[in-house]
Design a protein around this ligand. Structure first.
Ligand SMILES: Cc1cc2nc3c(=O)[nH]c(=O)nc-3n(C[C@H](O)[C@H](O)[C@H](O)COP(=O)(O)OP(=O)(O)OC[C@H]3O[C@@H](n4cnc5c(N)ncnc54)[C@H](O)[C@@H]3O)c2cc1C
Ligand code: SF4
Length: 644
């Protein structure tokens, strides 16, 4: 790693040199020691390839200049695997390097949250005792996962008078203890330390949250309704009759989460440039609505909102569920759904995993042991997200052919550009302006500015060229290009219990992404950018006047460098028992009393940021379950008690 980091950022244009001045390998080694064994093995394996890629010479024995030149060649190579490796090298280097105060001081970047003056501090209800009791507990409904879907389901069920127990495998963190250092925050708040990757050409990182509040704690707070045509398709083709009737669910969620459009005055220069570029082209769009009411500045959403301006689940629906009597347990992983005679009776779990930041830090990468813990419940709601739900259902012996398949992720490209003016994207709101002009073609653009540690790896070049762009990060603007994907992937569980993801981007949709990248570039140029970074192997920089040449390229999926944040549809609902894992009420086929209420339910890719639609669907599923439990007289007022 040392040899790679030195080559990526050798020190240029006032930026300190990696390793000689800013240690990267050593803090990264500590970071990696906190990740699951399989993730660490994959990273080690990749780094070993670097050592021998220059055979018969060893990479680490070459001069820094030769190493930089070699990596640069790999970045431009026609081989997708080479480009994946270089991206990994830059990602690891920058997450270690970009956090150092000497680097942030040189760049001038600062993660500083801000809310509108005079905004009162948010009132956040308590979550109660999060420690799992004894050998297990009993309840009417056990909800697995506390993210967008699980939290709202818990609130709806508890408010219907049911005794609800929410289980979350991650720890509880709040505004007082979100780590500012990504090397500490990533393993604490993300599954696999944020290194969850779908294999394929290209390999696509798909990070998800793992903390009380789920991915909502680390997401960007953008709120969209699903496009009408998608909801109509879910109703007409997938048989989800209520799909076009969820406006009241959206409205209730918007009120609960204080959803408001970003004020253009305060969105920051990154959003304003996107807005100006789109206006110059006559492309339709608008300020993004977010669940962070009065937030006016910063870009530290990926490590939690220190002001609780963002109404993530742990400061919104979970306290509401607890106020209605629900119990939340952190550090409890549901392993298997238990059943008797085809009817769900509860969950076999592992409890005693770290429940808070201090315990997670104290673990320091050592495997958390945990203890067997059992839940007795009349119904189980699986809301572990598009990876956690298929995992749990597979481990529970549910073998529907659609389970884990049809995974959609909204593959996304980060399209940065250099401006002749200061952008200082960290001074605005990280996701602020959308352009929907090309939605009919499957492309949604969003001005998104990611902090240095998370965003800089997308800048092209190695060595001096890369360092120059990092040093001028204050002049970088960026737009995310999101694909409304028909391409799909798969979630599998390996024999050792680890998650396996794959995704195959079709040739047609690779071309659609190329079209979307060109539109983002067009907006950047219209707003004054001097060069655009399309993240394409054969073309790392588009210069002004050269867009037509980029568009004429015949790109394949493997040419693109992508990431994704919206996994969904891996346990899809619908009327056809042969092709859907749950019926339209969210009830899993083949296990009476088991429901799904998260992003995995979506019959198909939703095409916009999914959180609000997850909330709306989960609230529908939970209301239906509450009604059916009431109807069958199954609701009980049984007091909380630990199992013997
Ligand atoms: C960086 C990032 C930015 C994003 N930005 C936005 C945005 O701005 N707007 C938007 O709409 N969407 C955004 N998303 C996506 C959005 O947050 C998710 O779609 C949404 O949170 C999914 O909700 P969910 O309930 O399906 O799962 P999650 O919110 O992921 O919650 C699942 C929870 O279940 C837990 N869990 C899983 N398995 C188990 C188990 N077996 N036992 C116990 N617990 C378990 C997990 O630890 C996790 O906490 C973003 C995602 C990322 C990664
Ligand atoms: S919502 Fe995000 S951008 Fe706004 S104050 Fe919180 S962390 Fe910062």
């Amino acid at each position: 790693m040392r040899a790679v980091a030195e080559a990526v950022v050798p020190g240029f244009n006032g930026l300190p040199a990696a390793e000689a001045e800013v240690p990267v390998a050593e803090p990264l080694a500590r970071f990696l020691s906190r990740l699951p064994t399989r993730t660490v093995s994959l990273v080690r394996w990749a780094l070993r390839i670097f050592e021998w890629v220059t055979f018969p010479w060893r990479f680490s024995r070459l001069s820094v200049e030769s190493r930089s030149a070699y990596l640069e060649k790999m970045e431009r190579s026609g081989l997708s695997a080479y480009r994946d490796l270089v991206l990994l090298a830059k990602l690891l280097t920058m997450v270690g390097y970009g956090r150092d105060p000497r680097v942030t001081a040189k760049v001038g970047s600062e993660a500083r949250c801000g809310v509108r003056e005079g905004t009162p501090p948010p009132e956040v209800g308590p979550l109660g005792d999060l420690t799992p009791r004894g050998d297990g507990e009993q309840c009417d409904v056990a909800v697995v996962g506390s993210g967008a879907g699980g939290a709202v389901a818990a609130a709806v069920l508890a408010e219907a008078g049911l005794d609800v127990l929410v289980l979350e495998s991650g720890p509880y963190l709040n505004h007082a203890d979100y780590p500012t250092d990504p090397l500490i925050g990533l393993p604490m708040m993300y599954r696999d330390g944020g290194m969850t990757v779908a294999s394929g050409r290209p390999a696509i990182p798909v990070p998800v949250g793992r903390t009380v509040g789920g991915t909502t704690v680390i997401n960007s707070g953008t709120c969209f309704h699903a496009p009408e045509e998608v909801l109509r398709e879910w109703r007409d083709s997938d048989g989800v009759g209520w799909a076009t009737e969820i406006d009241p669910d959206y409205a209730a969620a918007e009120e609960m989460l204080a959803v408001t459009p970003v004020d253009p005055e305060r969105m920051g220069r990154n959003g304003q440039l996107c807005m100006e570029g789109a206006a110059a082209l006559g492309a339709s769009g608008g300020p993004i609505s977010r669940n962070a009411g009065d937030c006016v500045q910063c870009s530290s959403c990926p490590l939690g909102c220190r002001l609780d301006a963002k109404r993530a689940s742990h400061v919104s629906y979970l306290p509401r569920a607890v106020a209605a009597g629900a119990r939340v347990r952190a550090g409890v992983q549901a392993l298997r759904v238990l059943s008797e005679g085809g009817r769900v009776t509860g969950l076999a779990c592992r409890a005693g995993l770290p429940t808070d930041a201090a315990e997670e830090l104290a673990r320091d990468g050592r495997p958390a042991r945990g203890r067997p813990w059992e839940v007795r419940a009349r119904a189980v709601v699986s809301a572990g997200g598009a990876f956690g739900t298929p995992e749990l259902l597979m481990r529970s012996g549910i073998s529907h052919p659609a389970l884990g398949r049809n995974l959609h992720i909204h593959p996304a490209a980060w399209i940065g550009a250099r401006y002749p003016e200061e952008v200082r994207g960290w001074e605005g709101i990280m996701q602020s302006y959308y352009v929907d002009q090309w939605q009919p073609q499957g492309i949604l653009l969003e001005a998104t500015f990611t902090p240095l540690s998370f965003g800089a790896q997308w800048l092209p070049g190695i060595g001096e060229a890369f360092s120059d762009r990092v040093a001028n990060f204050d002049q970088i603007g960026s737009i995310g290009v999101h694909l409304h994907d028909r391409s799909s992937g798969r979630v599998r569980s390996a024999a050792d219990g680890s998650l396996r993801l794959s995704y195959r981007l079709s040739a047609d949709e690779a071309r659609t992404l190329q079209f979307g990248i060109a539109r983002a570039a067009e907006i950047h140029f219209a707003a004054g950018a001097t060069e655009v970074y399309p993240n394409v192997g054969a073309c790392t920089v588009i210069e002004r006047g050269k867009l037509a040449e980029f568009e004429a390229m015949d790109l394949t999926a493997g040419d693109l460098r992508l990431e994704a944040f919206h996994p969904m549809s891996s346990a899809r609902m619908g009327a056809d028992p042969a092709t859907t894992v749950t019926d339209p009420s969210g009830a899993a086929r083949g296990a009476e009393g088991l429901y799904v209420a998260d992003a995995s339910l979506f019959p198909s890719s939703v095409g916009v940021n999914p959180m609000m639609t997850v909330i709306a669907c989960a609230s529908r599923v939970a209301s239906g379950l509450a009604a059916s439990l009431a109807e069958t007289g199954r609701a009980s007022a049984s007091p909380t008690r630990a199992l013997a």
